[in-house]
Design a protein around this ligand. Sequence first.
Ligand SMILES: Nc1ncnc2c1ncn2[C@@H]1O[C@H](COP(=O)(O)OP(=O)(O)OP(=O)(O)O)[C@@H](O)[C@H]1O
Length: 885
Amino acid sequence: MTTHLRPPPATAEPDIDAREPIGLLLRDLRSVPGGLTSREAARRLQAYGPNELPHKGGRQWPLALLRQLVHPLALLLWVAAGLAWFAGTTNLAIAIVGVIILNGLLAFFQEQQAERAVEALGKYLPERSAVLRDGLVAHLESAELVRGDIVLLAEGDRVPADARLIEGTVDVDASMLTGESAPVTRTADAADDADRALDSPVLVFSGTVCVAGSARAVVHATGRRTEIGRIASLSARIGREESPLERQVRRVAWLIAGVAVVVGVGFLPLGVAAGLSWSAAFVFAIGLLVANVPEGLLPTITLALAAGVRSMAKAGALVKRLSAVETLGSTTVICTDKTGTLTQNSMRVEELRGPDGAESAHPRETAAVLARCSTADVAGGSGDPTELALLRFADDHGQNVTTSAREAARKALYPFDPRLKRMSTVDLVDGGLVVAVKGAPEQVLPLCSTELGGAELTADRRARLSALVDSMAGRALRVLAVARRDAPAIPGSRAEAEDGLCLLGFVGLVDPPRPEVADAVADCHSAGITVHVVTGDNGLTAAEIARRVGIGADRVVDGAALARMPEPDLDSVLVGGDEVVFSRAAPEDKLRIADALRDCGEVVAMTGDGVNDAPALRRADIGVAMGVGGTDVAKEAATVVLTDDNFATIVAGVREGRRVFDNVRKFVLYIFAHAVPEVLPFLLFAISGGAIPLPLTVLQILAIDLGTETLPALALGREPAEPGLMARRPRSRREGVVTGRMLLRAWGIMGVLSAVLVLGAYFAVLYAAGWHPGADVSDSSPLHHAYLQATTASFAAIVFCQIGTAFAARTERVSLRAIGLGTNKLLLGGIAFELLFAAALIYLPWLQDVFGTAALPAWVYAVLVPMPVLVWGADELFRLLTRRS
Ligand SMILES: Nc1ncnc2c1ncn2[C@@H]1O[C@H](COP(=O)(O)OP(=O)(O)OP(=O)(O)O)[C@@H](O)[C@H]1O
């Protein structure tokens, strides 16, 4: 159920007992087994409101805002503000409170944006349900369901509203309501003696999923009146747990905060020793602390992840958890399905062979079996793509392929079973019963005793037939054997029905690879990602398709061999470096493969679409469900849903994940770099014993941290992908956000250089005014104005150096030229703002008073302007040297 914003229903619905006899219930709901009319449904929708869960709405925001103001780092700042106030520096106290509030607001808006990005995913993938309207089956958005609607439930569907079964039997997984993980059976005509409605054998509830069977049910409660609607805390909101990246960054933030406290406290005695009064030293200690607490780091990361979620959604990959963005980026193995993911899923019968290997001389007999042995609906275009292709073939050969004709003649159905890989029906044909079977040749052939024409299937014939199948499969055809027999009576079981069959021939279907997949596979290979194919199809067919898209398919492991394979052997197959095709795989095999890969330390993305794929999707690091062809169960279990079922989209997601992670590193680097030029001047002051006056005021530091730096840091989070992003090995699970190389660049290179440049500008202004170490710069001294200009020069120099740092931080390895100077427009805007803000501080008289600044003489700009180039240049050189090595 989606959570759109629509007005709440105006009218209350009368109470109805959903467990009363069906006839009575239908009468109370003013419905009939054929469903409501569209007009009546529209009226009820208008009167009672859409079938949606109560929206967790706007009233949440005051709390969210409050949370931003009282999180631990903010509390640290509150303490600092309290101390400043206590020390009598009200100005500083107010400034710190300003820092807290501004940061809180910024973080709040970032979090809100992040939430919205995730919530907006709902609109990409509205849930749909099959419902009877005007006597016909319609596939409507679940939100449009009303009381009295008759819904059709099938395996893999999510139950869209609370409903009473009126026909059929289903197994439902009700774990999200009852916590009971084993599926329970619900039958229309069961005797209902349960105590609780939740345990009633005739009711199904919104949010639970149908894992087997099919049924019709009449809706008796929708939206907020459903069981799940009542349990408001279980609202359909997507989970928001902290990602490993956020956890890491939180730890880093705390570490830095700890260092800030130590530096601040450490400054106290140093400051006093250098000649400051206790209260002045105290004020500076607090200033240092506030300057270095990285309170903005976490929300910025959340926002970067959310931006990743948004752009992935545009690319067709709906990510259900923010944390999945980074996990996708570190994927090392992708296990993919074949049909629809690697291929176009536009199947067509390419050839039909008789048992003799010749182009079949009896297409009509084969077509007749295919027309009956099916559950797809060509007119409505719904059903398994293989079956749709077979039905179109039957249609071309003069068969009646309408569902009504088929169902009228059907006496029994043994549906397609992915383990048995075949399906059968028993139908009444011209007054006699006929068993129709189709399926994987190795499953069907053993059930056949004769072939078309009546000849017995000898061992020799069977061997030749296998060779025929292999030759078809080797041409990338999906091959199905088709068989039939006359039956004297309706068979009692599947085994009895599928016995003593007569083989009619083999159909070969083509399903060409998607054109974009070959490039995506090549990208995977250059990015160090291994691609395994796990398919229910024949090994030769799958290997040929794999080869056509560039997957190394030298090794094919078939389902039977896999079943016999001990764990250590499987491990060595999987980590041997080869790409493997697992053919004739059952859904449980996927789980085993995911498990083995994870045990081997790989980060696994696994695709799936069926009900049985759910455990493997859950077990993989990234479960990828098919949005078009997948069941609701698979989508539920997956972390990523592909709106186009396309393999290339997974790879696009990996690229996006890597980009987001890179960008997080970029702004962490940027934020780290400023610490050195801010802290070093203080140390100089302390070490000189006060002979060198303080090069920066506390409020100037706050102006940098809060005013000039914020926007460029945010803009770095939106940096486009760096060239070569998909030419690197995947990041190891153990590799953190902060690396030694990053610290070297931030502190060792850019930080130290900036500190030198900042002090250079400071001393240049002081000396030009005739200052010497130890000279008086206090309020009343003649050097005071020069001192104000000198601290202003330090402030301006930090701003200019940070511009250089921002450009350097844009790439981790390549040169700035490779990505272009102007490709991040946000950053250019951020820097423009930074300069304007700094200019205001330097030139507006009332800001001069607050921040202790003074207008700079023009020559100082000649010193300042080269600084960005110098800082960026030093890092560029470092990157060049490390690239070479
Ligand atoms: N509707 C069907 N009726 C009978 N047999 C089928 C049907 N669909 C598939 N088969 C047989 O079962 C085999 C496995 O099909 P299945 O659909 O389970 O494969 P899959 O795992 O979905 O394959 P892929 O990875 O290509 O998507 C097919 O190769 C085919 O021989």
